[in-house]
Design a binder for this molecule. Structure first.
Ligand code: ANZ
Ligand code: ZN
Length: 733
């Protein structure tokens, strides 16, 4: 009996799969396409920890199943490699960020490959590769040319430690998201992207996509659409979301640095009364019109203000909202979303491809001059003045105007690290193209139907923490490209799901600084990739955060060893009678595993497989065909071991290219139970059914039982008391 030597098996099959290219997606294949996507990682210097692969393995299970179902699967990966940690590390060590990035991606790639994830590595992309960021710059320029990129003097969030301007989203509780330093305000000319122009569509089109409900809610809250009204009190225009309260408006307040009566009065258009105009601290200058009507009886802050300053508080008659708008004002829709600050004063990012000419103003770099490459320099320390380090490189900065040829200067800010990830899923469809960001034919094939709700990446799984930023930014870029006729669908992602984090033992986040990181390399050596994969899928519901516990590894490892041993008990004679019960159970398992995988209930799929293996052990042997079905169902979870057994059984082709098993519903025998049917607590009959049926269905069945009808007739079932698989009690009035 050969023992289960995971080290040998895993290396061998990974090599074999790579040479045979069995996970390559085929452009334009006639088979139905399936584009599955994970959020490409940022290759940090710390390497992979066991939390990273959870989504990769989850989507791998789905991708492998779909492949076996005959779909043409595109499951790509790449590197989102610009960003501060690399730059900061480079500054500290003196190693160039490009070199740091290469070392880190090499390490990440090696680690991910050791897990046997079925990525199509031939499409690997890297956002820091000039061949890639040429197109990031190009797309930015299309936005610039359409007036969506503009320079504005804004108060930026300034981290005095990192010496960098931060987007609002990067400020958490007033502190820098990266280093925790309190953020200061600083005035700076910045490039902005007018995402607010798309606010309405970003909100409305959520109706068409298949995102988890909480993801839609988060996006909607972030966009913050509210319908309100603009109403004029003489020359002062206010914004309100409650125009129906206008009869109770007893003062006007405009944004001010302190509470102060202006000495003025204006007319309330509803009551025709004169009401005072105040300045108030709580009114914000950049919200609405910067002026409000104060309705103390309906708004807490207005009430507090009226009390403090002795202003009238008047009971209101409410009128209809629509009526109020029609009579006194006009309807407006407001959004919380703000334009996107797109400049960073750092080195390790895509240079913003614009040139400022003394006579022509801001001009786009010509297409033929793209990419604008990062200059290779030794010193990329941020300047204390807030300028990008690129500003110090006069040879690079000073250039010629692309329009008049006169003296001009390059923009020295770089893009934020959200840029490269705003369109990367498009590049995977045609990663080598150097004429376009992707051939329209490839985009059409992989994104599919232009109908709302039908096209886009078929299934995108990623972290909940990216729901408001990355997801919104990429939807915005995609919609812009759609308007330009450059992508075939109005939404990038058809379906979006989320996974829970893997936490360290004790419930803390895994991080190097806390010293609680579990490195998958160690797990792969000791237990094997298949055990790691199975454990990560089995440890709990995929969408929930869960604590890592290496001690529990042994359970799944033993399960794999039990499957391994079954191969030596297989009966090869076609004539051997099949165990009926086992056959029934097998078909039930096919059904359950197939459904569970599609619903990301990987843990229950695995427990069903475990129960099946118990059954096999009870029976003592299994027919080869039956065993092969079991192996196929397990293959997406434990691809190496199943492949090895599959080949031991004499099969020549890879198990991962086999057909996914189908179940025969006639063969599925459910366990039958007898349920006592009571009416008002007295047993009046019974019914036989499969176990595990829910209350609703059992109630319907109970009402159909002969002998029950006469008790229930003409009365209403007020309440149902239900004991699963045992008793149903119908309580009548
Ligand atoms: C009258 C009123 C009556 C209001 C009432 C609310 C309740 P949301 O819903 O968060 O969008 N508002 C308008 N402009 C403001 C500003 N520049 N600074 C501070 N507050 C401002 O908030 C909309 C409401 O916030 C508006 O509706 C307005 O007060 C206030 F029973 O008008 B309301
Ligand atoms: Zn010029």
């Amino acid at each position: 009996m050969k023992s289960y030597d995971h080290k040998k098996i895993e290396k061998k099959w990974q090599k074999e799969w790579e040479t045979k290219k069995i996970y390559r997606a085929k452009d334009f294949s006639k088979s139905p396409k399936f584009y599955s996507l994970i959020e490409f990682p940022y290759p940090s210097g710390e390497g992979l920890h066991v939390g990273h692969p959870r989504p990769y393995i989850g989507m791998d299970v789905i991708s492998r199943k779909r492949r076996m179902e005959g779909e043409n699967v595109l499951y790509p990966i790449g590197w989102d490699a610009f960003g501060l940690p690399t730059e900061n590390y480079a500054l500290k060590t003196g190693v160039h960020p490009e070199k740091v990035t290469k070392d880190n991606t090499d390490n990440f790639r090696r680690q991910i490959k050791s897990l046997g994830v079925s990525f199509d590595w031939s499409r690997e992309i890297n956002t820091t590769d000039p061949k890639y960021y040429k197109w990031t710059q190009w797309i930015f320029l299309q936005m610039f040319k359409k007036g969506l990129a503009y320079k504005a003097k804004t108060e930026i969030n300034w981290c005095p430690k990192d010496k960098i301007g931060l987007a609002n989203e990067e400020v958490v509780d007033g502190k820098c998201e990266r280093c925790g330093t309190p953020v200061e305000k600083k005035e700076k000319e910045q490039w902005m992207l007018a995402i607010t122009k798309y606010a309405d569509r970003l909100d409305k089109d959520l109706d068409d996509v298949d995102y988890l409900p909480q993801i839609k809610t988060q996006q909607r809250n972030w966009i913050g659409r509210s319908e309100g009204a603009l109403i004029k009190f003489d020359d002062i225009e206010i914004f309100t979301t409650r125009p129906e309260t206008i009869f109770g408006a007893t003062f006007i307040a405009i944004a001010g640095s302190e509470d102060k009566f202006t000495g003025r009065y204006v007319t309330n258009p509803a009551t025709k009364e004169k009401i005072p105009v105040w300045e108030a601290e709580y009114v914000m200058a950049d919200v609405g019109t910067g002026a409000i009507m104060g309705v103390p009886t309906h708004d807490e802050r207005d009430f507090a203000f009226a009390q403090k300053h002795n202003l009238p508080i008047k009971e209101t008659e409410l009128i209809d909202k629509e009526e109020a708008i029609a009579k006194f004002g006009k309807k407006v829709v407001k959004y919380k979303l703000r334009d996107w600050v797109f400049s960073r004063q750092r080195y390790w990012g895509e240079p913003i491809p614009l040139i400022n000419c003394e006579s022509c103003g801001w001009q786009a770099v010509l297409d033929k001059d793209l990419p604008v490459k990062l200059p290779e320099v030794k010193n990329y320390k941020p300047t204390d003045t807030g300028e990008s380090p690129l500003a110090n490189i006069s040879k690079w900065v000073n250039t010629k105007c692309p329009v008049c040829g006169g003296k001009a200067r390059r923009e020295t800010d770089v893009m934020p690290n959200w840029a490269g990830s705003s369109w990367y899923y498009l590049r995977y469809t045609d990663p080598e193209n150097n004429k376009e960001f992707a051939d329209p034919k490839n985009l059409k094939y992989w994104l599919g139907s232009p109908k709302p709700g039908e096209g886009g990446v078929d299934w995108y799984n990623g972290g909940m923490e990216h729901t408001t930023l990355h997801l919104l930014y990429s939807r915005f870029w995609h919609k812009f490209l759609y308007d330009e006729g450059l992508v075939p669908t109005s939404e990038p992602y058809k379906k979006r799901t989320s996974h829970g984090l893997i936490l360290a033992q004790g419930g803390e986040k895994m991080s190097k600084s806390k010293g609680n990181v579990i490195n998958p390399d160690d797990i792969v050596v000791t237990w094997g990739a298949d055990t790691l994969r199975l454990y990560e899928m089995f440890m709990g519901p995929f969408s929930l955060a869960i604590e890592w516990n290496t001690d529990n590894m042994i359970g799944v490892r033993r399960f794999l060893e039990r499957v391994w041993r079954i191969q030596f008990k297989v009966s090869h004679s076609a004539k051997a009678p099949r165990d009926k019960k086992l056959e029934g159970f097998l078909h039930k398992t096919i059904k359950k595993v197939s459904q569970d995988i599609e619903e990301m209930k990987f843990n229950t799929a695995i427990s069903t497989l475990m129960i099946l293996v118990n059954q096999v052990e009870k029976v003592g042997s299994i027919d080869q065909k039956q065993f092969e079905i079991l192996l196929k169902l397990l293959a997406p979870f434990a691809p190496h071991m199943t492949e090895e057994i599959w080949s031991n059984l004499g099969n020549k082709k890879s198990i991962h290219l086999e057909k996914w098993p189908e179940y025969d519903s006639e063969k599925i025998v459910e366990e039958e139970v007898t349920i006592a049917v009571q009416v008002n607590g007295k047993v009046r009959g019974e019914l036989k059914t499969a176990s595990g049926i829910k209350e609703r269905e059992v109630k319907d069945m109970a009402l159909e039982v002969e002998g029950i009808k006469k008790w229930v007739q003409g009365k209403e079932v007020k309440r149902v008391i239900f004991v699963q698989d045992k008793i149903i009690n119908l309580v009548l009035d």
